[in-house]
Ligand binder design. Sequence first.
Ligand code: NAP
Length: 319
Amino acid sequence: MKAIVYTKYGGPEVLQIKEIEKPYPKDDEVLIKVYAVSLNDWDWGLLQGDFINRLLNGLLKPKKKILGSDIAGRIEAVGKNVKQFKTGDNVYGDLSGDWGGLAEYVCARENALALKPSSMSFVEAAAIPQAAMLAVQGLRDKGQIQPGQKLLINGAGGGVGTFAVQIAKLYEVEVTGVDSTGKLDMLLTMGFDHVIDYTKEDFTKNGKCYDLILDVKTNRSIFDYTRALCRNGIYVTVGGSMGRLLQALLLGPSISMTRKKHIRIVALKPNKDLAYMNELFEAGKVKPVIDGPYRLDEVPDTFRIFGKGDHKGKIVITM
Ligand SMILES: NC(=O)c1ccc[n+]([C@@H]2O[C@H](COP(=O)([O-])OP(=O)(O)OC[C@H]3O[C@@H](n4cnc5c(N)ncnc54)[C@H](OP(=O)(O)O)[C@@H]3O)[C@@H](O)[C@H]2O)c1
């Protein structure tokens, strides 16, 4: 089968398309013919081999050599202990930890998968898992989003932000999106009520306050974010700079006690809310924003686009 393989950490140039052996499912796995896969920030981190990702995937060189966690495809074979799925089922899910999605076939444990609704394309399905889970778990579970609130999404035009605004609108909140100049028109078309160009304005210094902030970039001091929260407001970080996240983790509890403002960090629960996303999709309430689809041989270029932040919504690759 064809796969995108990397044997050393680096930029998109270390990714190579190779012919390798098709995998064989273990007893508790299914073999999936992959039709579509989307890129995540985590793939970018694993490619480059930052400190945390080296701890996960090998200090000197990557142990797991095929990136790609969010896949959609058809089950081609099932291990003997698999109970929920059968050959021919169309499935999708986040295979983080095992990865391997940037290939024509991948094996997966059944708890990483959900059935794909027939009205959802493989491309749409591949866009959903990680970004939509972070959006749902950030807004609903950590953010306790309530009708009538003022919400700000920092890093609004990428994977998480484009799901988050659609989910937030189900709660009838007023949503402000922060991103770069080139993405603001798309944000307004998608339903953001207000947009802020972070290259021209700092939302933590404009005197406005928000009841809930969902941040996918976390690149400022926790005190800046606290300033932009209204009384009893909640700041939820999904990810960003390690130093800033550490600051949020360490200082969050004391800020909550002394300032009546709350700092929370999302720890992704992969695939937990795929059934909920199926419901929203089938009801026409959420539609993934797709950048692409691109071909497998274009994967190094898609990583270049991702690395520059030029993508809108989710980059999807089809086989
Ligand atoms: N908590 C967990 O367990 C967990 C698990 C997996 C991933 N994550 C995290 O989840 C996040 C993934 O987010 P995503 O998929 O939405 O990423 P994304 O697709 O890369 O989107 C990020 C957006 O932020 C914009 N941006 C860049 N710099 C900005 C700035 N200074 N201010 C405001 N916006 C800025 C980018 O556009 P421009 O580049 O054009 O500005 C882009 O549109 C990452 O932080 C990742 O580390 C967390």
